[in-house]
Design a protein around this ligand. Structure first.
Ligand SMILES: O=C(O)CCC(=O)C(=O)O
Length: 281
């Protein structure tokens, strides 16, 4: 298999990412990294950072715990977002020279949590425009369809359709997203599954889904009685991404310090690749 110059992602994977909008990278995070992320998540659950948002359990049991921008308050997560192999993998997959960290997010579905994650694509939620925008979703437990593996519509990023954001569930202190007249309502994918090319992969701890910000995806609940489903997502952007003030984005993901069309480089959206540039070498 031919690898690109950074040696982490093969040319075949770049091609598949461009065509399908999603790939799996096996063992992208080593055992020590998985343990560090699990520890950080437990710290956050014990003492949540400011953007915590749990969703009301659908059937009164289990727990769907979420938080975002956790790297800003946890030094281990900050180190991971800056210094793991993810920024270099982003440079390869987005075919970009520069990578900014957009934000990170926790998605923890405890055992017996029926809450599914509705079908959506991410970029309409984010105050950023440009094509070079993507996520990694890192498995910190074994992930199967029964425990809430993500499902993706292959190639849906190339539809270039912006679907109106909707809340994933009832969350204290947040009603719903502003309507954006340029967005469209997402079709009822769940009841028309055979019309779509839906793909999913089981993951081991340390495996990641890497997906474009316009790829449509969703997930079932965690129906396992004992297995947790801890997912940690990190979002990055490339050269062509700029700040966007359009309506409909998540209020906690906006910035008071950027104007429309501005490059992201800042403390809030730090440059993480090339690493030598960030370190000022
Ligand atoms: O983990 C989940 O259930 C949803 C993840 C997701 O939608 C995302 O990372 O964009």
């Amino acid at each position: 298999m031919t690898s690109d110059h950074k040696g982490l992602i093969s040319r075949e994977q770049v091609k598949a990412f461009r065509k399908d909008g999603v790939i799996v990278v096996r063992q992208a995070v080593d055992r020590a990294g998985v343990i560090a992320l699990r520890d950080a998540i437990e710290r956050d659950i014990q003492q949540p950072g400011p953007f915590v948002h749990s969703y009301t359990p659908q059937d009164g049991q289990g727990r769907f715990y979420g938080n975002l921008r956790t790297w800003e308050t946890d030094s281990a997560l900050r180190r991971f977002c800056f210094d793991s192999s993810l920024p270099a993998m982003t440079a390869s997959l987005l075919e970009t020279d520069r990578v900014n960290l957009l934000y990170d997010q926790l998605f923890i579905k405890e055992p017996a949590t029926e809450n599914s994650t509705r079908w959506h694509n991410d970029q309409p939620y984010w105050a950023v425009r440009g094509w070079q925008v993507m996520s990694f979703w890192i498995a910190l437990d074994p992930v199967t369809l029964e425990s809430g593996a993500l499902e993706f519509i292959r190639g849906s990023h190339r539809w270039v359709r912006w679907f109106q954001p909707q809340a994933f569930g009832e969350t204290e202190g947040f009603d719903d997203y502003d309507n954006n007249p340029d967005y469209e309502l997402i079709p009822d994918i769940e009841n028309g599954r055979s019309d779509y090319d839906i793909v999913s992969w089981e993951l081991a701890p340390g495996d990641v889904y890497a997906f474009h910000a316009l790829t449509v995806h969703g997930a079932g609940g965690n129906l396992m009685e004992r297995v947790r489903r801890r997912g940690y997502a990190v979002r990055y952007t490339g050269d062509d991404a700029v700040y966007d003030t359009r309506p409909g984005t998540h209020p906690d993901l906006r910035s008071d310090h950027h104007i429309d069309g501005e490059r992201l480089d800042s403390d809030r959206f730090p440059l993480v690749w090339p690493q030598f540039e960030r370190l000022g070498d």
